[in-house]
Each structure stands twice: as C-alpha cells, then as structure tokens.
Write a protein that binds this ligand. Structure first.
Ligand SMILES: NC(=O)C1=CN([C@@H]2O[C@H](COP(=O)(O)OP(=O)(O)OC[C@H]3O[C@@H](n4cnc5c(N)ncnc54)[C@H](O)[C@@H]3O)[C@@H](O)[C@H]2O)[C@@H](O)CC1
Ligand SMILES: [K+]
Length: 499
C-alpha cells in the first residue's frame, strides 16, 4: 500500500508536467484507475488521521478525474461506516473513463449521490474534489458558487490534489479558490501549491507518491526545485589556519541622508554571515552611528563616485542599494558600481534606478526585487508579477542576465539559463522593514565566501526564511536584526565552521 509522506520531495512540476508523468506511469503499466484508487486511499488515510472522530463527510465532486478521486474516497468512508454524501456539480452521467468507474464504485458502496445546489446542506468534513490539475481559465459557474459555499461553511476542508480554483502552475486563485485545512497531493508536487496565493489556500500539505516508479519520476523534467537543507550549497569547513583574507571583503554601498539604517543592516548581516571583512560606503553623517553600533565594520563616508570607486577597487563583492536613494548621490555611486567586474548584489533603490534606465546591470549580479521592484524592472504591474511569479522571476533573470531573487511568500531564485528554485519557508512576521537589507548582506557574505551567484542566492534565501520561521514563534514585532543569531545558528548547523 502506498504511503503518505511528511517529508516533501524537492521536484516541482507544472500541470502539464504532472499530466505527462501520469501518462508515463500509465504507459509503463499502472492503469489510471489503479492510480486513482491509490490516490483515494492516501486521501482517506490522511483524512482519518486528521479528523479521526468526524464520522461524517460531504464530497463535492466535479466532472473530471479529480471527482473520480472524490467518489472513491466516498466509497471508502461509506464502507468504514461514516455518514457520507456526494454533492455532484454538473451531471455525473457525463463522467468518463476512470472517473465514471469511480462513480460506479461509490454507487456500489451505497453512497448517497445528489445534485449540488446552493442550498444543499454541508455536513462533517468537506472533501473538495471539484477541480484538480485539469482546471483551465477562470473558474466557471456553478463551480465558483460551490467553492464560495465551501469557504463560507466554516467546516474543515480536505482538498484532493490541489484546492479547487488554484492554478497548479502559478498558485493563483483563478477567480476563486478553496481554502483547505489539509491538501493531499499525488505523484508530483505542483509548483502552484507553493507560490502565488497558495500559502493561504493549501493548509497542511501531505504528499502521496502513489508508489510511482522512481525511475519514471526522476526522468520527468521539472519546473523548479524546492530549497531544503539537503538541496542548498554548503560552505566548506574552515582550515584551522584560516585568516580573514580567506573569506572575502564585502563592500556595502548605500545609506543616503535619512536612509542610513538600511545600509548598516546590510553590512552587519554580511559580517554576521561570515564575510572576512566588511566595509560600508555611506554618507559621512552616518559614520559615527555606524561605528558606535558596529565597530567591526569599516565605515567610510563617501561624497563622490571617485571616493566610492577607490573603495570598490579593494572589495571582492559589492552589495549596492540599501538606503541608496534615487537622488544624484545614489545615482553616481550606482554608476560607479555598474562598471565594476566583481560579483554584486543589487537591492532596493539600485533596482529602482536600474528600472528607470539610469544604469545597466553589471555582469555577475544577483538582483533581489520584491514584487513592486520586479514590476518596475519588467515594466508591468504588481498584479501581473504576482499572477505568475515563476514566469516573472525567469523573465527578469533573462532580461538582466542576472540571478534574480523574487521576494515575497514562496521566494523564487531564477538564473538566465532557466534554473528556478523555490523557498517554501518563511513567516508573515517577516513582513517588516529591514528584512530585505539583511537578505542582501547575506547573499554578499556567501558570495564572498566563494559560492557562485545562484548557489549563494539559494542558500541565503533558505537561511533567511528558516531563521525567520524560528523567530516567528514570538509573533509580530520581529526586527530585522533579530535574525542574526538565528542565521548564525542555522549556518553552523548546515555548514559547520570546523570539520
Ligand atoms: N491517472 C491520472 O491522470 C490521475 C489523476 N488524478 C486526479 O485527476 C486530476 C486531474 O484530472 P482531469 O485532468 O480529469 O481534470 P480535473 O478533474 O482537474 O478537471 C477537469 C474538469 O474540470 C472542468 N473544468 C476545467 N476548467 C474549468 C473551469 N475554468 N471552470 C469550471 N470547470 C472547469 C472540465 O470541464 C472537466 O470537467 C488530478 O488533479 C488528480 O486529482 C489522480 O486520480 C491520480 C491519477
Ligand atoms: K480539488
């Protein structure tokens, strides 16, 4: 019997890729109905484990194979002595193939099957088997009304494969989408379970591999990889004879008048993540405060691009943008950086100036836009970026020839060759000032310690999100600088300093 997994796999697929995977498994000898039946067993097992005492369920079934899964769950529950009802949206007589066979099985088990209507009473645990990966375009009526009814019911909801209405490719609600407490997904993880609006719809995610042949699964192309302890690059242990010159010199450039804190946070972050040396090029007015807060930093007042260039020449990695502003001071410093050859991280106003055409992107850059900055860089709007975050991240990477971190829930890392990684860690308590500056400094420190841009960005995003999760147990009011001890701890757990 296939089992359900708490430990999620790393591969993320589009709807088309999972359909292809299903087809390959079927072609290799596992009948579709057998897969459907394994899916139903996995969903039923997860349901009983979550709501062992419920004793009643209502399945809302559509007309495709997702409905087929639902009919088989209903049959299993009926045979287990639960009170079961299926509310069929659309005429069940039109079900075809495996789904029609599943309907027959539910009838044979004695399940009550009724046509869905707006006033049909809902009871027990709701099983959402309306729409799965076959959803195309905005959810049509009466499905949309059924989804609104599920969401308004206040009853616990298990979504079969994916919450109905959520796009498996983008994680966006196509008009309206079920908000589930538990989602049991089959065969391959859909990227839409992790990005866009998914975190507010999926609930707890359980994966069931349906005992699919691992050779067929690993041969299937993926859309993205999940970032996890085992999938992000490690920093090498340090030799006992190490000195600071081995771990790179990061220069953080930013902090125009009134914006000094951002650059200081970025610089402190680079120090806390193990860069050998960190300098800060900022307005002279900010230097005393920077020295007072962090004497380990080499804080320099710069008023001209020439002064900045002299500092840039001595650095291995530049982090440009936190608190940079968009006035003449910031522009001149950014233009100086744009001509430098070393790896660079561009954040905040560096990205706004890049979007405005004030400079071109340097080679070897990691760009770290939030959705607003991403929209400006793409010449679109935030809604368009958020409607397809994977596409936006990849388009940015191609357009600027850079590694791109698209921030926001389900952060994505893309490179110009089309590699895509997704981080499903993080916490809403991290939605606050300065968190982005800490991330930029972290990427800079990892570049300085020898990681390539894509690997540095992936490890930084993962450490940042995991650190935020650890601290978020205390809830709101998380300060960006609170992250430093947790980042250090996670880095040490992941990449111990000594062998
Ligand atoms: N052998 C397989 O392929 C397996 C499939 N499985 C299940 O099958 C699902 C995919 O099944 P299908 O490809 O049949 O598709 P779905 O069952 O997801 O959806 C197809 C149905 O949705 C309707 N529909 C599509 N877009 C709509 C819209 N915008 N508004 C309203 N209705 C819309 C279609 O008319 C069709 O009736 C998976 O999500 C999974 O639950 C599982 O049973 C595992 C095995
Ligand atoms: K569903």
């Amino acid at each position: 019997m296939p089992d359900i997994q708490e430990d999620l796999p790393l591969s993320l697929y589009s709807a088309a890729q999972v359909r292809e995977l299903d087809a390959r498994l079927i072609a290799a000898g596992t009948p579709g109905f057998e897969l459907m039946s394994r899916a139903a067993h996995a969903a039923w097992r997860a349901l009983r484990r979550r709501w062992p005492q419920a004793g009643a369920l209502t399945v809302l079934a559509g007309r495709g194979n997702n409905a087929g899964d639902g009919y088989l769950v209903a049959a299993l529950a009926q045979r287990a002595g639960w009170r079961v009802r299926v509310l069929a949206v659309g005429d069940p007589q039109q079900l075809q193939g495996d789904a029609a066979q599943a309907l027959g099985e539910a009838r044979q088990a004695g399940v009550a099957i009724e046509p869905w209507s707006e006033c049909a009473p809902l009871d027990g645990v709701l099983v959402d088997a309306l729409l799965g990966t076959g959803l195309g375009g905005t959810v049509r009526e009466p499905y949309a009304q059924a989804i609104r009814q599920i969401n308004a019911s206040g009853l616990p909801v298990l979504a079969v494969d994916i919450p109905s209405g959520l796009s498996a490719d983008t994680g966006c609600a196509l008009g309206v989408a079920v908000r589930a407490e538990l989602t049991v997904t089959f065969i391959g993880l859909k990227i839409g379970l992790f990005t866009g609006e998914a975190p507010d719809h999926v609930g707890t995610l359980v994966f069931a591999d349906l005992a699919a042949d691992p050779q067929i699964v690993t041969a299937q192309p993926v859309t993205a990889r999940r970032l996890a302890a085992g999938s992000v690059a490690r920093l090498a242990p340090r030799p006992r004879t190490a000195h600071k010159g081995h771990f790179g010199h990061v220069l953080v450039v930013g902090g125009d008048l009134g914006l000094g804190g951002a650059a200081l946070l970025g610089a402190e972050s680079a120090l806390r993540a193990g860069a050998g040396l960190v300098s800060l090029a900022t307005r002279g007015a900010h230097v005393p405060a920077a020295l007072a807060r962090c004497p380990e930093l080499m804080s320099r007042g710069v008023e001209s691009a020439n002064q900045a260039l002299a500092l840039m020449a001595r650095a291995d990695v530049l982090v440009v943008g936190p608190g940079l502003g968009q006035a003449a001071w910031g522009r001149s410093l950014l233009s100086a950086a744009a001509g430098c050859a070393q790896p660079q991280v561009w954040d905040a106003d560096a990205l706004n100036l890049l979007a405005a055409g004030a400079v071109g992107a340097p080679a070897n850059a990691v760009l770290t836009p939030h959705p607003g900055e991403a929209a400006r860089l793409l010449g679109s709007d935030i809604a368009t970026v958020q409607a397809d975050r994977p596409a936006a991240a990849l388009a940015l990477a191609r357009r600027y020839g850079a590694v791109v971190v698209l921030k926001g829930a389900g952060s994505l890392v893309a490179d110009p060759q089309g590699r895509l990684a997704l981080c499903d860690h993080g916490h809403p308590a991290m939605a606050g000032a300065g968190l982005g500056d800490v991330l930029a400094g972290l990427v800079g420190a990892l570049l300085a310690q020898g990681l390539a841009p894509f690997e540095a960005a992936c490890l930084a995003v993962w450490l940042h999100a995991r650190a935020g999760e650890r601290l978020a147990v205390l809830g709101r009011g998380l300060l960006a600088s609170d992250l430093f001890p947790a980042i250090r701890q996670l880095l040490e757990e992941h990449s111990p300093c000594l062998n």
